[in-house]
Design a protein around this ligand. Structure first.
Ligand code: HEC
Length: 104
């Protein structure tokens, strides 16, 4: 039984490491529960990531600004509903998720 759990864990870990960057970023969005409020191409509680990409297209400081917003929370840009802060997300993960979103 133990051996089997270990084997499955190893397989899962290998799978995550072998993921291409985009898939890994999508996994991060799930891991941090961003998917509870955001979807790639439809509005949920927050804007769709495609709309976010469209809005900030061509703005070169958008990535840093959005990373800060995700970490500290934000409101007033997309409507009356605020996004709560996500302080547990590391800067490296923030960067990956923001580049993924902006590239959509
Ligand atoms: C409880 C719901 C909720 C969760 C969880 C959430 N968001 Fe949001 N998010 C929102 C709302 C609502 C807005 C719109 C805020 C506004 O109008 O300024 C938003 C806005 C955004 C924006 C655009 C910000 C801007 O100023 O244009 C990005 C990018 C974003 N979220 C990414 C994320 C990521 C990445 C995560 C996970 C770490 C996440 N969100 C988790 C609700 C959420």
């Amino acid at each position: 039984m133990r051996g089997r759990i270990l084997f499955v864990t190893l397989l899962a870990t290998a799978g995550i490491c072998a993921m291409p960057a985009a898939q890994a970023s999508e996994a991060l969005l799930k891991k941090y529960n961003c998917t509870a409020c955001h979807a790639i191409d439809k509005k949920l509680v927050g804007p769709s990531y495609k709309d976010v990409a469209k809005k900030y297209k061509g703005q070169k400081d958008a990535a840093d600004m959005l990373a800060q917003k995700i970490k500290k929370g934000g409101k007033g840009v997309w409507g009356p509903v605020p996004m709560p802060p996500n302080p547990a997300v590391s800067d490296a993960d923030l960067k990956k998720m923001v580049s993924f979103i902006l590239a959509l």
